[in-house]
Design a protein. Structure first.
Length: 144
């Protein structure tokens, strides 16, 4: 089930961050974002376990996927797609006209997901990621 993230989810989401990212967001950063007027966070919960989460920021009529994470044991089961659908619906509801995101150039699975959701690579940010160093592709969904 997809639902809005709540304070009670912070610990599980912080654990998911550590599991999924080489440069994980801290508990404090997640907590601050949860109360930001520009951000919306969703979790995918099943049997009282947080198996995925995402964060969308909407500013000046544009959405940006800030984060999306799925527990490694639950990948390729449609969790990320459901989270993407929740963010797209939220962006539309907020009046955004488009959504962007950054993705590691080597993350073929994520790129395939984003492309299947209508995103297209439009630019490269050289040396954007660390641990390991890597370029980021900037992808856009121009029409919501």
């Amino acid at each position: 089930m997809i639902r809005r993230m709540e304070t009670r989810d912070l610990e599980a989401v912080a654990d998911l961050e550590k599991l999924c990212f080489s440069e994980a967001w801290s508990y404090r950063l997640l907590e601050e974002g949860l109360y930001s007027p520009f951000d919306v966070y969703y979790v995918f919960e099943q049997e009282e376990r947080i198996l995925g989460y995402c964060n969308l920021r909407v500013l000046a009529g544009e959405g940006e996927v800030q984060r999306i994470a799925v527990h490694p044991s639950c990948r390729r089961l449609g969790v990320a797609r459901k989270l993407m659908e929740a963010m797209t619906a939220s962006a539309r509801k907020s009046g955004a006209s488009c959504i962007s995101l950054e993705v590691r150039e080597s993350n073929r699975a994520a790129r395939n997901l984003y492309e299947s959701c209508g995103f297209a690579a439009e630019a490269v940010r050289r040396g954007y990621y660390r641990n390991p160093d890597e370029d980021a592709l900037i992808m856009w969904l121009r029409r919501l």
